[in-house]
Design a protein around this ligand. Structure first.
Ligand code: AVI
Length: 319
């Protein structure tokens, strides 16, 4: 028997925007326009971010490494025994790898929106740690945190380093912490948090002399073009980074350098010279403010460690 003809609604469905396209279109049509920072991380964006972490101006990665180097033993003691280490936004997995010797997980679950980028890192880890059970997950965990079947539910450690939690607005950060806590099953969370400091330190970290952060921000437009089939020309835009002290966050924007018309299938938007697209917030916390946030999410037994300059903190908290 012949297979039935394809139903006629298939053609219409093929035209419907994907959820990502709809999200981008809605953000571009908003006033002011905005694009979610997750679109910074295509393969090139992820490589650019790795390069940013090596810049002299971008202190968070080095400060966090210093904390693990100096206080690793005390941190591991507070964390306690770990069966499964769940790495949120794992990227190249290097930060978690540095902790393996201290926390000795049996299962490692790196989760990252950029699945391709993760795959290369996982292949490397499997060679270096043949006994470690590695289960990579390509997922945007900002909305739903779905762990693969088979992750033991006892002694889970959620690892959320690099101050990535600062890229969520306060309401979403609280929701994320609550989701993590709900899946901790009596385990805990180890999270890196960037601290409030003078804008003379903050702004160069997001607007470096080599213009790597500018390239990282502008590359988002290329990623958007590939997802939305839009016609952004990177040369029409410039990178802007500023510290908004009232909101305790560094903001990244893309600013139109001339009048620009951007089109995509089924839509368009005109920008005047100087109009901005808001692309990222990076919230900065005092230790007290972050400790309060953890408590509001239901965590207890909260401890934190800082680098020698007090620029960055690592918090350990139990569910
Ligand atoms: C990934 N995240 C914590 C970085 C930050 O510092 O907010 C992203 C970044 N944006 C510009 N430079 C780095």
């Amino acid at each position: 028997m012949l297979a039935p003809a394809a139903p006629s609604f298939v053609a219409d469905d093929a035209q419907a925007p994907s959820p990502e396209q709809a999200e981008l279109r809605d953000g571009l049509l908003d006033d002011p326009a905005h694009i979610d920072p997750k679109f910074l991380y295509d393969a090139l964006g992820s490589s650019l971010f790795t390069a940013i972490t090596q810049l002299p101006e971008y202190y968070p990665t080095r400060c966090e490494a210093e904390i693990f180097q100096t206080h690793g033993q005390n941190i591991a003691r507070h964390v306690g025994p770990v069966q499964s280490m769940i790495d949120l936004g794992a990227g190249d997995c290097v930060k978690a790898e540095r902790l393996f010797a201290r926390v000795r997980p049996k299962h490692y679950i790196p989760i990252d929106i950029s699945a391709d980028y993760l795959q290369a890192a996982v292949e490397r880890l499997r060679l270096s740690y043949p006994e470690l059970n590695v289960t990579p997950v390509g997922q945007d965990f900002s909305q739903i945190l779905a762990l693969p079947a088979g992750v033991p539910d006892a002694q889970r450690l959620f690892f959320y380093p690099g101050s990535s939690i600062g890229n969520l607005n306060p309401e979403n950060a609280l929701a994320m912490l609550k989701r993590i806590r709900a899946q901790c099953d009596g385990g805990g969370l180890l999270v890196g948090v960037d601290r409030v400091k003078p804008k003379q330190v903050l702004e160069p970290a997001y607007d470096d002399a080599l213009h790597l952060t500018a390239a990282f921000n502008l590359n988002l437009l290329r990623h958007v073009n590939s997802v939305l089939n839009s016609d952004f020309d990177v040369a029409d835009w410039r990178h802007v980074a500023l510290f908004n002290s009232a909101r305790s966050r560094v903001e990244m924007h893309l600013e139109a350098q001339r009048a620009v018309r951007v089109s995509w299938p089924g839509g368009k938007r005109e920008f005047r010279i100087g109009d901005r697209i808001h692309t990222e917030n990076s919230y900065k916390f005092t230790p007290q403010a972050f400790s309060d946030l953890l408590q509001r999410a239901g965590f207890q037994d909260i401890a934190h460690w800082s680098d020698s300059r007090g620029w960055f903190s690592v918090f350990s908290a139990r569910a």
